[in-house]
Design a protein around this ligand. Sequence first.
Ligand code: SF4
Length: 197
Amino acid sequence: MGITRRQFMRVSAAGLAASTVGALGFGDAGDALAAGVRPFKLERATETRNACPYCAVSCGVLIYSLGDRSKNARSEVIHVEGDPDHPVNRGTLCPRGAAVLDFVRSPNRLKYPMHRKAGSDKFERVSWDFAMDRIARLMKDDRDKNFVAKNRDGVTVNRWVSTGFFGTSSQSNEAGYLTYKLARATGILGLENQARI
Ligand code: SF4
């Protein structure tokens, strides 16, 4: 029979309480107590797996949220804990990762692409389409201007050193592979990653 982690927690809590009282000789009191045990507090929450965003260790986290869009209730993250099935951290989190809920709720958290126009002193929110087009345009223009196919000795080098690329440790191996392929295919040499530990 398959059993989820939540069902296991609920059954364990009820079973422990009942067997303890039973062992003390109170007979049926154990069953009554088990029936009164509160349900696991995250039972109704939606569980989402992700990686802690803070550092290159990339510990696995379980994010619990409550809410239902179909009922017009905005979904909110209510709890975050280490993922016991994650091979990196096995359920543990350092103090920074354990406080990631504050990061999720921080009013200073950057949630959208921001753009500062030339000459402006402030950033303004822009769409993802605008941001992607803008980045692609600037990269293309810069590459057309600065790409070096051969060095002064006539040796083919195909390099583009006036633009750099920065990857994140919070992506999967596959996304990291694609990041590397994209940067190297364009000739970028300055490829750095947060995960360089
Ligand atoms: S929990 Fe701590 S060690 Fe793990 S990724 Fe987050 S900041 Fe790094």
